[in-house]
Design a protein around this ligand. Structure first.
Ligand code: NI
Length: 137
């Protein structure tokens, strides 16, 4: 059961660091100081979970590929069926006559998602692959 009760703590930082932080991140994101620090903590923890391999994360994978190349569509579908337990959903967009964009949302152990990504990268016809990792915190 998650415990989302708020706790207060104080930290000490150099004044220059705080000023620069507030001028850039804090003002740009229009968050209050606590929310800004919470967001940075969440981002850090998601990155650490991703590196750990055995922690749960969510990853959004965006692929661009040439569907005219032989077998690419079949191989992409087969890879997704092989990793069906981590795939939440996917969306396909036809960018132009030959190029497709596919966005695949995954949730599971970082290691399993990384294996799935490696399988996608090995498919000839995949022109780009971007991954955005987050977690439920
Ligand atoms: Ni398409």
């Amino acid at each position: 059961m998650p415990n989302d009760e708020l706790v207060r703590f104080s930290i000490t930082v150099p004044e220059d660091l705080l000023n620069e932080f507030e001028e850039s991140y804090y003002s740009e994101n229009r968050a209050n100081r606590s929310e800004a620090v919470r967001n940075l903590m969440r981002g850090y923890i998601s990155g650490e979970r991703w590196k750990s391999n055995n922690k749960k994360v969510c990853a959004t994978i965006t692929l661009v590929y040439d569907h005219h190349l032989p077998e690419v569509t079949r191989k992409l579908t087969a890879a997704q069926h092989d990793s069906g337990e981590i795939i939440i959903c996917s969306t396909h967009v036809h960018l132009n006559h030959s190029t497709c964009l596919e966005c695949i949302i995954t949730k599971g152990l970082a290691d399993n998602i990384k294996c799935f990504i490696e399988a996608l990268k090995n498919i000839r016809g995949v022109k780009s692959l971007n991954v955005n990792v987050t977690s439920e915190l």
